[in-house]
Design a protein. Structure first.
Length: 212
């Protein structure tokens, strides 16, 4: 299954992508994590992306599409993958179509803005592997330590309240129109994000026809 996850920043796309990935044995491809890795490594592409990411703006299509093209060509994506964080604009969706990529389902996880602001303040991300947690809804077993790799979990700079508001505005202006784009193809599914991760996962699996 080639799947796209849509939803505002903090809606829980990453967490649900991890659940789907584990269930179906297909990779979660997070452009956000790949871009942050490029920034961390100080690559030319990472330096170009840093300013936009720090301010909550979108990274250029050229940079993101270049990363994605290489990633989906890798062997582990041969039987399907989950795109988490791409496409973010209709222009990117059109570019994806031009690449000849066939998408089976587009799943939107909907959460109201006020809930997202509360969620983001509690989000923590592993510095090493990028795994996502929440201090209330999805805490690590040991405070500040990633369950997956033992790395340090931190609050990202782009989860700061003022940046969150900027990112939500950008999402509404540039990413929300994707719903109309994929609605016309008949591939769009919408699930309302719940307070408990497990409850959202049940709804996600049901909408995709995956046995829980």
């Amino acid at each position: 299954m080639n799947l796209i996850l849509l939803g505002a920043p903090g809606a829980g796309k990453g967490t649900q992508a991890q659940a789907i990935s584990a269930k179906l044995g297909i990779p979660q491809i997070s452009t956000g994590n790949m871009l942050r890795e490029a920034v961390k490594n100080g690559t030319e592409m990472g330096l170009k992306a840093k300013a936009a990411m720090d301010s909550g703006d979108l990274v250029s299509d050229e940079i993101v599409i270049g990363i994605l093209r290489d990633r989906i060509a890798e062997p582990d994506a041969a039987n399907g993958y989950i795109l988490d964080g791409f496409p973010r604009t209709v222009a990117q969706a059109e570019a994806l179509d031009k690449m000849g990529v066939v998408i089976d389902r587009v799943l939107e996880i909907y959460v109201p803005d006020e809930k997202i602001c509360a969620r983001m303040s509690g989000r923590r991300v592993c510095e090493s592997c990028g795994a996502s947690y929440h201090v209330e809804f999805n805490p690590t077993l040991k405070d500040g330590i990633c369950d997956e790799c033992g790395g340090k979990t931190v609050q990202r700079a782009d989860d700061a309240p003022e940046t969150v508001l900027s990112r939500l505005q950008v999402y509404q202006e540039k990413t929300a129109p994707l719903k109309d784009y994929y609605q016309k193809t008949g591939k769009l599914l919408t699930v309302e994000g719940q307070d408990q991760v497990a409850e959202t996962t049940k709804l996600v699996f049901a909408s995709l026809g995956i046995e829980d």
